[in-house]
Design a protein around this ligand. Structure first.
Ligand code: FES
Ligand code: FES
Length: 163
């Protein structure tokens, strides 16, 4: 069985894994990172999205062995130091309904905002088109990402101006 060494949410793990083991199952079943859900297992829904070396991937489309020597960030790592602006924005703008798609939405949005810190609504929709919400509440998701983008662009020391 191949042995992998992978950094997940800031901790290093070494494990023997079946060559066919998917990254999402490694994260959930071996590491207990159950914040990354499996929605479809067929690379359609995006619920399982994580960052691999900073880029978003659907972790049901990646083998655990492909993560060897690489860096993985899950939704649990994102919130480890207190809520991330995207997590706060999803809460405040009601971007989550049942919440099943939310981890994947947030991880994809993070990658989108890294590339484009000031996206239009159209660009947000395009950036999240690989993530499906079975509750179909896309309007609030777009609003959440827009709000987080603004929060992330604003320097931490700049006081908020009431609107
Ligand atoms: S579980 Fe990976 S895309 Fe649906
Ligand atoms: S909030 Fe329910 S699947 Fe998106």
């Amino acid at each position: 069985m191949p042995r992998i060494r992978v950094e997940v949410d800031g901790a290093t793990y070494e494990d023997d894994v079946e060559p066919r083991l998917l990254l999402v199952h490694y994260l959930r079943e071996r590491l207990g990172k159950v914040g990354t859900p499996v929605g479809c297992d067929t690379t359609n829904c995006g619920a399982c999205t994580v960052l691999l070396d900073g880029l978003s991937v659907k972790s049901c489309s990646v083998l655990a062995v492909q993560a060897d020597g690489r860096d993985v960030t899950t939704i649990e790592g994102l919130g480890a130091g207190g809520p991330h602006p995207l997590q706060r924005a999803f809460h405040e703008e009601h971007g989550l309904q049942c919440g099943f798609c939310t981890p994947g939405m947030i991880m994809s949005a993070l990658d989108l905002l890294r590339e484009n810190p000031d996206p239009s609504d159209e660009e947000i929709r395009e950036g999240l088109e690989g993530n499906l919400c079975r509750c179909t509440g896309y309007q609030n998701i777009v609003r959440s990402v827009r709000r987080a983008a603004g929060d992330m662009r604003r320097p931490a020391q700049e006081p908020e101006v009431a609107s």
